[in-house]
Design a protein around this ligand. Structure first.
Ligand code: NAP
Length: 306
């Protein structure tokens, strides 16, 4: 297995695995294609993959049917249940596989009425959005700015923020404006490197919090008020300035938070969160899914089916 373009994705036969104590084995039917999968495939995460032998199986979100329950599982999930789960990839453990074993606390039932392909779009970006909002720690009535708002993470941040009574200002290209408004943004500004100035034009003192899904980093710090909060999604820390509380959102810190995943599932069922599926690909066409995501402009998530 080598790093490279979409063409390096290949199908492997892997040994059967079993659910250990506290674990579930899932016959996986669907896995999302996320930006981090592209990083994994292309070698950008090779440092993290050192120490585990190839092949490396990417993928952070899975949905399928439980076919084995390990000893001591108390989460109420049984063989035959349709479930979704968060996957923290390591070596051959990744969501792009037909058989996967997960900690039972990383798995919940499918939201009612949703397909595997739809459901697998929830856990990773949903928990990431949840963690960002927790880190920003805003109160009802305060204002949050969201960049990359048309993306999977940005969309969930908007919807969760609205559910918590926050005022949301989001960025969008002209063609995404209607989408971002439909997700609940109160105000939309044109996206771009100078988005901070456009946010400041509407909020002269700056916003209370900012979730930077577009990874604009220092370019967007000026949008935040003195003493406000800024959370990044790719490790950006921010130079200390103006009393701003910088935090870094890493979804792996929310792996195993069953209550949070369960809450997200209910929020899909009650209409708070919208699952956005952009297209499905059979596993043999995983490379095509990667190419499409890399081309940019995907709205909703691409999913590989198994
Ligand atoms: N730390 C974590 O645990 C964690 C977890 C989940 C996601 N992430 C990261 O969060 C980011 C968003 O993830 P995602 O799944 O939401 O990705 P996504 O669905 O591809 O969304 C990203 C959005 O940002 C837009 N965008 C790109 N460059 C922009 C710019 N310069 N200004 C404004 N908008 C821009 C994209 O538009 P185009 O499609 O037109 O380029 C897209 O709408 C990614 O970097 C991902 O790796 C981190």
């Amino acid at each position: 297995m080598k790093y490279g373009g979409p063409e390096v994705l290949a199908i492997y036969d892997l040994p059967e695995i079993h659910a250990g104590p506290g674990q579930l084995r899932i016959r996986n039917h669907a896995a999302t294609v996320n930006p981090t999968d592209i990083m994994s495939r292309s070698g950008m995460l090779s440092d993290q993959q050192k120490g585990t032998p190839p092949p490396f199986v990417p993928g952070m979100e899975a949905a399928g049917v439980v076919d084995e329950v390990g000893e001591g599982v108390t989460t109420g999930v049984h063989v035959g249940d349709s479930v979704l789960g968060l996957v923290i990839p390591r070596g051959t453990h990744g969501a792009y596989r037909e058989q996967i074993v997960l900690n039972a606390h990383s798995v919940v039932r499918l939201p009612a009425g949703k397909t595997f392909a739809e459901a697998c779009t929830l856990p990773m970006n949903g928990l990431t959005a949840r963690m960002s909002l927790d880190l920003l720690n805003l109160s009802p009535g305060q204002t949050i700015a969201v960049t990359g708002a048309a993306g999977a993470y940005g969309g969930y941040v908007i919807q969760l923020a609205k559910a918590e009574g926050l005022r949301v200002i989001a960025d969008a290209s002209e063609k995404d404006e209607a989408l971002v408004k439909s997700l609940g943004a109160d105000l939309v500004v044109r996206r771009g490197n100078d988005v901070a100035a456009r946010i400041r034009a509407l909020f002269p003192d700056g916003v209370d919090g900012l979730a930077d899904g577009a990874v604009l980093n220092e370019l967007v710090i000026p949008a935040v008020r003195d003493g406000g909060a800024f959370t990044s999604v790719r490790g950006f820390q921010g130079e200390p300035q103006r009393g701003i509380k910088f935090s870094r959102t890493f979804v792996m810190n929310y792996d195993g938070k069953l209550d949070e995943l369960e809450r997200l599932r209910r929020q899909v069922e009650n209409g708070t969160l919208t699952l956005r599926l952009a297209g499905t690909y059979p596993k043999e066409q995983a490379a095509a899914a990667h190419k499409r995501l890399e081309a940019g402009g995907t709205r909703g998530r691409l999913v590989i089916e198994f």
